[in-house]
Design a protein around this ligand. Structure first.
Ligand SMILES: NC(=O)c1ccc[n+]([C@@H]2O[C@H](COP(=O)([O-])OP(=O)(O)OC[C@H]3O[C@@H](n4cnc5c(N)ncnc54)[C@H](OP(=O)(O)O)[C@@H]3O)[C@@H](O)[C@H]2O)c1
Length: 239
C-alpha cells in the first residue's frame, strides 16, 4: 500500500517536472530570411522553386555558411557571424513546427503518400516535426530521427504536441510565412531571429502585413551585422 503511495508521489513529481520543463521551453523562429520590404518568401512557389521564384535571394546569407555547405557534403563553408547564427538555430531544439507549404508544393487533399518533403530521405531536422495542414495524413518516419506528424487541429495543438515531444528543449517554428504570422498573432512566439537581407523583393509572402508587432508585445532586443545579412532579434516583452 505504502509502496503504491510512494510510487504515485514519484510519478506526480516527475509529471510536474515535465510540465515545468515544457513551460520553460521556448517557441523560437530562427534564421528567418526577410527582405527589407518585409517579404519572407518569393511568389509562385512550385516544385522547382521551393522558396518562390525570387525567394533564394533571401537565403543568400545562408548558402555560403559552413553549416549549409556541410549539410550538402562540402567542407569549404564560411565560419563567420552568419554561420554562428545559423548554427545557433539548431541548438537546443527538440521539435519543429512547419506549415504545409514549407513542407512541400502539394495543395489540397494528399492524393497519395509520395511527397516526403524537399529534403530527401534524411531531412536535416533529426527530431519530430509537426506539419500544420487541413488534410490528415499518417505520420511519416524518415532516416536520421525525423518523423513528420501532420496536425489538423490547429496551432495550439501543434505547439502542445511539439513541446511534449521536445522534452524541455525549445521548439523551432520553421515557417513558412503564414504559419509564423499565425503564431505571432496569437502571441505564442517567444523569440524571433530575422536575417534581414539588403534587397527589395517587391512581391511574395509578406511577413508583417497588418501585423502590429508593437501592440502584440514584441520589441527589438539586438542587432548584429553579419557578412550578408543583418541579424535582428525580437522577443516578447515580459512584465
Ligand atoms: N524566409 C525564410 O527563412 C523561410 C523559412 C521557411 C519557409 N519559407 C518559405 O515560405 C513559403 C511558405 O510559406 P507560406 O506562407 O506559403 O505557407 P506555410 O506557412 O508554409 O503553410 C501554410 C499552409 O499550412 C497549413 N496551415 C497553416 N496553419 C494552419 C492551421 N492553423 N490549421 C491547418 N492548416 C494550417 C495550410 O495548408 P493546407 O490548408 O493546404 O493544409 C496553409 O495553407 C515557402 O516558399 C517557403 O520556402 C521561408
Amino acid at each position: 500500500m505504502q509502496g503504491v503511495a510512494v510510487h504515485d508521489l514519484a510519478r506526480t513529481a516527475l509529471e510536474s517536472v515535465k510540465v515545468e520543463e515544457q513551460h520553460m521551453s521556448k517557441l523560437r523562429v530562427q534564421s528567418f530570411g526577410v527582405s527589407i520590404d518585409g517579404y519572407g518568401a518569393g511568389p509562385n512557389q512550385d516544385l522547382e522553386h521551393p522558396l518562390g521564384t525570387t525567394g533564394p535571394e533571401l537565403m543568400e546569407w545562408f548558402f555560403p555558411t559552413r553549416l549549409w555547405r556541410e549539410m550538402h557534403g562540402h567542407h569549404d563553408g564560411e565560419n563567420g557571424v552568419d554561420n554562428g547564427f545559423a548554427e545557433q538555430g539548431f541548438a537546443n531544439i527538440g521539435a519543429w513546427i512547419l506549415g504545409r507549404n514549407m513542407f512541400g508544393p502539394v495543395r489540397g487533399p494528399w492524393l497519395d503518400e509520395s511527397w516526403k518533403g524537399w529534403w530527401g530521405d534524411e531531412p536535416p531536422y533529426h527530431v519530430p516535426v509537426f506539419v500544420l495542414t487541413h488534410h490528415a495524413r499518417a505520420p511519416l518516419e524518415m532516416k536520421g530521427g525525423t518523423t513528420f506528424h501532420f496536425v489538423t487541429d490547429g496551432i495550439h495543438a501543434a505547439l502542445e504536441r511539439a513541446k511534449a515531444a521536445a522534452s524541455g528543449r525549445d521548439v523551432r517554428l520553421g515557417g513558412g510565412v503564414a504559419t509564423v504570422r499565425e503564431y505571432l498573432l496569437a502571441g505564442l512566439v517567444d523569440e524571433l531571429h530575422l536575417a534581414v537581407r539588403p534587397l527589395l523583393l517587391g512581391a511574395g509572402e509578406h511577413l508583417w502585413r497588418d501585423l502590429d508587432m508593437r501592440a502584440l508585445g514584441y520589441e527589438c532586443e539586438k542587432r548584429v551585422e553579419g557578412e550578408r545579412a543583418t541579424h535582428v532579434f525580437l522577443r516578447r516583452r515580459t512584465g
